[in-house]
Design a protein around this ligand. Structure first.
Ligand SMILES: Nc1ncnc2c1ncn2[C@@H]1O[C@H](COP(=O)(O)OP(=O)(O)O)[C@@H](O)[C@H]1O
Ligand SMILES: [Mg+2]
Length: 249
């Protein structure tokens, strides 16, 4: 899809787009995702039921046990698995997008506030460049928030040694002359090697030790549910820009 695109520009930044021209590849991927969705949804339900039972049992043990630390470790892991499964379920069986008027700048501010803690520990300078007027779209606010938070979190995680996070918005037109609100999340982090660039939107593709590989797959899905698009431009050692393009009302 995008690796061929990237190969044409070995010097410049590599580019991947969800709206790539390789239809065969695209369809194969959709088919894979559909199957994956079915398996994931049914498995996730079973796991969640099991987790409720395990958690009740651990709480009982916790009351009696002397080894509070060990019990704490178990509970923390349970919580982690539970949130992973919740994410999986959200990915596999998303609710249809509920439409309401969403102020994108407020939503960005809110998402950034929620991520203050992981950011403050990393010497990251935050820049806001909100230029989109009007800064509102029709969409599903919780879904959009999840997508934005995934993108911001990825940017933060890519800048382990500090850096600059720029969150910007603008109104642009696509080739067909349709107005779109563009949200760019730019980091000055590690960047993405060209051979991975085409794969970052794949479910379960991760290069992180504790990654789920679901964040960008969810973002892409949210973008599509809004008749939008998610693009990435990245250069190794310089950073990445993820752009969420949404139709304006
Ligand atoms: N801003 C970014 N900078 C560098 N690499 C990124 C960035 N965002 C995503 N990636 C790459 O894409 C992979 C998939 O991301 P994601 O789907 O969010 O899953 P996860 O964050 O759990 O690994 C990451 O593991 C990483 O290799
Ligand atoms: Mg992620």
């Amino acid at each position: 899809m995008s690796s061929s695109h990237a190969d044409k520009h070995p010097q410049g930044p590599a580019v991947a787009s969800t709206g790539g021209p390789d239809l065969q590849d695209h369809l194969r991927r959709l088919d894979r995702l559909a199957n994956l969705g079915l398996i994931a949804a049914s498995t996730a339900h079973e796991i969640k039921n099991g987790l409720v039972a395990i958690n009740t049992f651990v709480e009982m043990l916790l009351e009696k046990s002397e080894d509070q630390e060990m019990a704490g470790v178990v509970q923390r892991e349970l919580k982690r698995i539970d949130s992973l499964v919740t994410q999986m379920l959200r990915f596999a069986a998303p609710k249809p997008a509920a439409q309401s008027r969403v102020n994108v700048h407020h939503l960005l501010d809110h998402s950034l506030r929620l991520l203050e803690h992981p950011m403050s520990g990393r010497m990251i300078v935050l820049k806001r460049e909100y230029h989109a007027v009007p800064g509102a779209i029709l969409g599903d606010e919780p879904q959009l928030q999840q997508a934005l938070m995934n993108l911001i979190l990825n940017a933060v995680e890519a800048m382990s040694g500090g850096g600059e996070l720029t969150v910007s918005t603008e109104i642009g037109r696509n080739a067909a002359g349709v107005s779109r609100l563009k949200i760019h999340i730019r980091d000055t982090g590690a960047g993405i090697v060209p051979e991975n660039l085409a794969r970052v939107f794949e479910a379960f593709f991760t290069t992180k030790k504790n990654g789920t590989g679901l964040g960008l797959a969810i973002c892409q899905r949210v973008a599509r549910e809004h008749q939008g698009e998610l693009d990435v431009v990245s250069e190794v050692g310089r950073g990445s820009t993820f752009s969420l393009l949404l139709p304006v009302e």
